[in-house]
Write a protein that binds this ligand. Sequence first.
Ligand code: ACO
Length: 431
Amino acid sequence: MTNKFVNLTNSTDGLSAELPLYLGTEGPEVLDISTLYRDMGVFTYDPGFMATASCKSSITYIDGNKGILRYRGYPIEQLAENSNYLEVSYLLLYGELPTSIQFDIFKGNICYHTMVKETLKSFFGGFHHDAHPMGIMVGVVGSLSAFYHDSLDIHDPRHREISAHRLIAKMPTIAAASYKHSIGEPFIYPRNDLDYCENFLRMMFATPCEDYQLDPVAVKAVNLLFILHADHEQNASTSTVRLAGSSQANPFACIASGIASLWGPFHGGANEAVLDMLNEIGDVSQIDKYIAKAKDKDDPFRLMGFGHRVYKNFDPRATIIREMCHEVLKTVSAEDNPLFELALELEQVALNDEYFVERKLYPNVDFYSGIIYRALKIPNNMLTVMFAIARTVGWVAHWLEMMADPKQRIGRPRQIYTGAGERDYRSMDKR
Ligand code: ACO
């Protein structure tokens, strides 16, 4: 915090306010405008939150100009190189890397909750066989609210922790079940002797008649992608979770709202959209045509997987994933190489095009993640589900942080009203 203030005076009515300037550990100074309406009778206007910090948080730090991403102070590159998804989950939730005893206890807690209630299985039967797995996820994760009345007191820190563990543990089980439902295969139960990512891959690809042979490259790739997707401070879905939670809604309902927000193609749905786009482009000879479409303001087409609200130099996650793409495609699936080649070429053309350079549009985390998942035989409609599994820990960490804050209040943005002025009701025959 600083002792600095900014004084504002409205020259028309003379009303003024003294607004404190805050400084976090890093990042720009932040002007506290919370007393502005009280003191000056005006709101601020910032659609899309271009310059508005919605909360204080000590979980994740991003410097978009320098391409920096850190979880609890640790650079994403170091975590990607040395850690695993569950360890990163512990870090995000509790603020420190675990000792080996802490890690074993945490792993035990997560394993303890991997199963879902048997009756939950019948919920899947209500969905049509071709339902999008993200639609199933929104519904089924939300329905967890109805199962755990023993731990739904959101004012009890222990209850909050149990709900957090349940969510992280059950997401892979529910995600794999969504996939199995969509292909008409029986659900596979979790196996707690496997690690988080191994267990998920097995639930996706084993059948009751044949077990799944775990491929270490696939496990490593999923682990890496889960680490990179685990948190990203106040993005759209995390802010959705916080806003839903600010009304004291239960955590399962809050995470379901986060999944819904993630689904959109401008956010987590981009990984699926990138693959659809690459398939549509089809061949390097078509790149120029699609670049022109992306630049045409009368055409809604955007280069999916390009651009980011915060990163204006490069997305450090994209750099790491690009490397992993090379590794996976070398060993796992040669048939996906043409797609990767196309993506590399598209990236080069865009990075040298004035339109993209001027607007600082670079490949984001999802430009390459779909290619890896596809090479691992994860179908296109499961790509955003993969993101949702990984991001659950981030959502939960932010929800826990918010709920532990004694000053937490309901989120309630204001508006500029642009509708009709007061008018009298007219009966239907007079309209
Ligand atoms: N292709 C073409 N033009 C683009 C793209 C794109 N992918 N992204 C931004 N632009 C252009 C906009 O048209 C705008 O141009 P203008 O100034 O001439 O009007 C300018 O760049 C700024 O774009 P905004 O939409 O204002 O930027 P914003 O920060 O609001 O949006 C977003 C960021 C949503 C990520 C955007 O870049 C986009 O739609 N990208 C494609 C979707 C995508 O990949 N989303 C995943 C993001 S990462 C994540 O959520 C996990």
